[in-house]
Write a protein that binds this ligand. Structure first.
Ligand code: PLP
Length: 402
């Protein structure tokens, strides 16, 4: 292995992104100059309050929310998901509705909350995902029952990048009077999101997935949809989320979202060119497979399985070459279980183990893409040459699955 050409190519933007210059610049004054507590009545506090409400208005506008009061700041995507689902479930239970519709490939912030609710007496229907990683609106319509309180279906998948038909699903839920929540953490700032046109009742987003600071997120809740407090304490966020706001990070979130939404189309096009170059290059490797629909996917997402190797070994060797990628979501790496997302597509365990996720940002260059297309085939070949599984496949002792 040649590790001489050491450099860093960061392609794990679905795990987190670097803060943009605009986002850093926007937050700095709120660390020292405007350090007040937005709940304080004096001038320093009121300056902070003004910045908080300005951020709320801008984020509401970018989502096309009707009113800034529909935005509740949280610590991030996980908290927003937990609060939305918990609140909608509790509200449904008040009317004897304890059924929830979701999918098999949600983020763990959603899945683990649902698992807990199941232990508390709720019933959850996990819709199967098609081989292309898309949930069809008809599946949602068929799963909704008279006792369904909530449908929670992610906007774009964090591992395979597939974009769901959210507007169609939203229309069905609105018609059937079921609260519709979407985890849009991977979508906001990357693809167009319009809560009104898409009939979304609740939506989760997170700043650090679009070049804002870590530790800030938001939950959109349409006016008229009840929201219960998730953290008890002070009266912040109209009594729904106690705790002094992470103002500097929230200001960075508004700045990052403005930047991400301005020129979104041009940026997405540029990133998709690199994505397609990498997909074309890596799917030339024999016995490999692109996971998720080829076109209905995020502009920066590549997710490919290679038969006969372990994703973890692939990642470590790529890391040696300076390529920072992932084998699935950051939350599942470190466990040896194959990704629940890849299994939900119907991939066999053996194949799901050999996955590589590359997620690009506008900071990536054509040279990065070329480097990836050069290095990955070398590493895959190196690993296959040492793999007893691959040897058995090549000798015909086991059938190839890809
Ligand atoms: C990252 C991510 C989350 C969690 O967001 P945090 O802000 O890190 O808590 C939730 N859902 C999806 C789809 C994500 O990609």
């Amino acid at each position: 292995m040649n590790t001489a050409c050491k450099k860093t190519v960061y392609v794990d933007n679905a795990a987190t992104t670097a803060m943009s210059d605009a986002a850093v610049k926007a937050m700095l004054p709120y660390l020292q100059g405007v350090y007040g507590n937005p709940s304080s009545l004096h001038a320093v506090g009121q300056a902070a309050k003004e910045a908080l409400e300005d951020a709320r208005s801008r984020i509401a506008a970018r989502l096309n929310a009707a009113n800034p009061n529909e935005i509740y700041f949280t610590s991030g995507g996980s908290e927003a998901d937990n609060q939305a689902i918990r609140s909608a479930a509790a509200n449904g239970a008040r009317f004897g509705k304890k059924h929830i519709v979701s999918t098999a490939f949600e983020h763990h912030a959603v899945l683990h909350t649902l698992k807990k609710l199941e232990r508390e007496g709720y019933e959850v229907t996990y819709l199967d995902v098609h081989e292309n990683g898309i949930v069809m609106p008809e599946q949602v319509a068929a799963a909704i029952r008279p006792d369904t309180a909530l449908a929670t279906i992610m906007f774009a998948n964090n591992e395979i990048g597939t974009i769901q038909p959210i507007a169609e699903i939203g229309a069905i839920c609105r018609e059937k009077k079921v609260i519709f929540h979407t985890d849009a953490v991977q979508a906001v700032g990357h693809v167009p999101v319009d809560v009104r046109a898409m009939n979304i009742d609740m939506l989760s987003l997170s700043a650090h997935k679009f070049h804002g600071a870590k530790g800030a997120g938001a939950l959109y809740v349409r006016k008229g949809v009840p929201l219960s407090a998730f953290i008890e304490g002070g009266a912040q966020e109209r009594g729904r989320r106690a705790g002094t706001e992470n103002l500097a990070a929230i200001v960075s979130m508004a700045a990052a979202l403005d930047e991400a939404c301005d020129g979104m189309e041009a940026r997405a096009k540029k990133i998709a060119v690199l994505r397609d170059k990498i997909i074309d290059g890596l799917t030339k490797i024999p016995h490999s497979k692109l996971n998720g629909d080829r076109t209905k996917r995020l502009p920066g997402n590549v997710n490919i399985c290679f038969e006969g190797i372990e994703g973890e070994s692939l990642l470590l060797l790529l890391d040696d070459k300076g390529i920072c990628a992932s084998s699935g979501s950051a939350c599942t790496s470190g466990s040896l279980d194959p990704s629940h997302v890849l299994l939900s597509l119907g991939l066999p365990h053996e194949v799901a183990h050999g996955s590589l996720r590359i997620t690009l940002s506008e900071d990536n260059t054509k040279a990065d893409a070329d480097y990836i297309v050069k290095c990955v085939p070398e590493v895959v070949e190196y690993l296959r040459n040492m793999s007893p599984v691959w040897e058995a496949l090549e000798k015909g002792e086991k059938p190839h699955l890809l």
